[in-house]
Design a protein around this ligand. Structure first.
Ligand code: NOJ
Length: 524
């Protein structure tokens, strides 16, 4: 029995159940049910290797970019790092039991590049690393859970950075293809859903424009890094990543797809942009926002070239694809992986004053804000730029449907982190707001699907609280709480809610009341 594990006493569990029942009883509104989604729709939960595995130097794994980065003082909040993380490397069996207990169809996780190829192309495959993922895959398949595998989720062997500067160099394309090939060869018999990379559009910004992720490159006015060029390097890096994707997909289709029968997509950070005002200029800015973030990656992978909106403002700064490249880039995704958390307002900078970082070609001459006429677009979460805006998931899916001919989509991430307080751990476990968040977003998604959007699945981000990159362990997105002292996994109310939802528990309503209100009612 997983619910009442040793960390949570039986009485405490009873208390949690009672709270959930009160919450659901007091809340009202339309029901969202699993059966509101198509029969073959897949529900899942996601993680990524570096955020949960730990064991950073065990069994042949080499140091990766995040290991080295977090060793530099001041890079990560609270001096946190991923050396132990959630100790998933040792506790993977227990974690797969938790995943199964939720009743999901599929589990999204990523492979650690430095665990299976510690020196990239410049060394051997690490058999212990291969064995680790084989054990995970076998366990999932034997429990009837479909593996949904991200090949690259922000972490790569440090040697590739030291040798040639990683993604700034076209050499990284060859390393990536070698790595993807190793994954297809060793794991492809059990993987039917591959994604080549996670959020290249966010990674380029964070690593090469703001300089906040390794290798921490940037220039003024974006930041004060020792080296870098915030206007040009993100563009070069994205070009290398897209070509790496295209080459890997080409290889998969040529050598593996027929026999292994899987499909390949890419995962993008899909923030929705709404115009700040009804003014045509802001409407245009919102369209540019989508083209400069989503279109930047998906237009080349669908049509073989960068969006015309980008060409218009970036001109020759945008690299050209050769005709051979266009050919293999075009239609190089079988599905689109959509990471969606929030929506922002877009404001035109071409004809009005904006900050120096917004008023630039590389940013599409637009600024973003969460406030219109003094009113916030949605409630605050743990990451201030990610407000709760349920309608946005429907809007972004609608945008993708129109622009990319309704290509199959998976919501590969959607999740909630509480605003940070000095609250007790128990507050984190009674996570009414997270339940409310998922219900509202799912409701909006179900409507988009009824309106014809070709969405095939939805993954909650994330299974358990984890290493949230530069924010460390303070920000929590998990369905399970991790006790940082004992590393025990403690189910939050949201884990119970998801389990019920997946059983199509028709009593579970969409929560319309704010959690404070529900707390107050429950207390009275
Ligand atoms: C997207 C990233 O893929 C994931 O690694 C991260 O934890 C979530 N966003 C939340 O910030």
């Amino acid at each position: 029995m997983i619910w009442c594990n040793s960390v949570v006493s039986y009485n405490y569990c009873k208390f949690q159940w009672l709270l959930l029942c009160c919450f659901l009883f007091l809340a009202h509104g339309e029901n969202i049910k699993r059966s509101d989604f198509p029969d073959e729709f897949l529900f899942g939960v996601g993680t990524s290797a570096y955020q949960i595995e730990g064991a950073y130097l065990e069994d042949g794994k080499s140091l990766n970019n995040w290991d080295v980065f977090s060793l530099s003082p001041g890079t990560i909040r609270n001096g946190d790092n991923g050396f132990v993380a959630d100790d998933h490397y040792h506790q993977y069996l227990k974690d797969i039991e938790l995943i199964q207990s939720l009743g999901v169809d599929t589990y999204r996780f990523s492979i650690s590049w430095s665990r299976i190829l510690p020196r990239g192309r410049f060394g051997d495959v690490n058999p212990d690393g291969i064995m680790f993922y084989n054990k995970i895959l076998d366990e999932l398949v034997c429990r009837g859970i479909k593996p949904f595998v991200t090949i690259y989720h922000f972490d790569f062997p440090q040697e590739l950075q030291d040798r040639y500067g990683s993604w700034l160099s076209p050499l990284m394309q060859e390393d990536y293809v070698h790595y993807a090939d190793t994954c297809f060869k060793n794991f492809g018999d059990r993987v039917k859903y591959w994604t080549t990379m996670n959020e290249p559009n966010l990674f380029t910004q964070m690593a090469y424009q703001n300089g906040k992720y390794p290798p921490a490159r940037c220039s003024q006015p974006f930041g004060d890094c020792p080296a870098g060029n915030s206007d040009t390097e993100p563009i070069v890096v994205m070009h290398n990543m897209l070509l790496a994707h295209g080459k890997a997909v080409n290889l998969y289709r040529r050598d593996y797809q027929h026999e292994q029968g899987g499909s390949v997509g890419i995962v993008l950070d899909c923030i929705m942009y709404e115009p700040l005002t009804d003014n045509e200029l802001d409407q245009e800015a919102a369209r540019r926002g989508l083209a400069f973030s989503i279109g930047w990656a998906l237009d080349p992978l669908t049509f073989g070239d960068y969006p015309s909106e980008m060409r218009q403002y970036l001109g020759n700064q945008l690299p050209q694809f050769t005709s051979a490249e266009r050919k293999f880039m075009r239609n190089s995704v079988d599905f689109i992986g959509v990471n969606h958390y929030s929506t922002t307002y877009a404001k035109d900078c071409l004809y009005s004053n904006c900050s120096v970082t917004a008023n630039r070609a590389t940013k599409g001459f637009l600024d973003t804000t969460s406030e219109r006429d003094g009113v916030q677009i949605g409630e605050l979460t743990g990451i201030s730029s990610l407000r709760v805006v349920p309608r946005g998931i429907g809007e972004v899916v609608e945008y993708l449907k129109e622009r990319y001919d309704n290509k199959p989509m998976f919501i590969t991430e959607n999740g909630y982190s509480e605003p940070q307080t000095e609250g007790q751990d128990q507050d984190a476990i009674q996570d009414f707001k997270r339940i409310e968040f998922h219900q509202m977003y799912l409701s909006s998604l179900a409507q988009a699907i009824r309106d014809g959007a070709n969405v095939k699945g939805y993954f909650v981000w994330t299974l358990m609280d984890d290493f949230e990159w530069i924010i460390g362990y303070r920000i929590k997105f998990g369905l399970y709480y991790i006790d940082r002292q004992t590393l025990a996994r403690v189910p939050k109310l949201s884990a119970k809610w998801y389990q019920d939802f997946l059983k199509n528990n028709t009593q579970t309503p969409v929560i319309r009341l704010s959690s404070e209100l529900v707390h107050n009612k429950a207390d009275s």
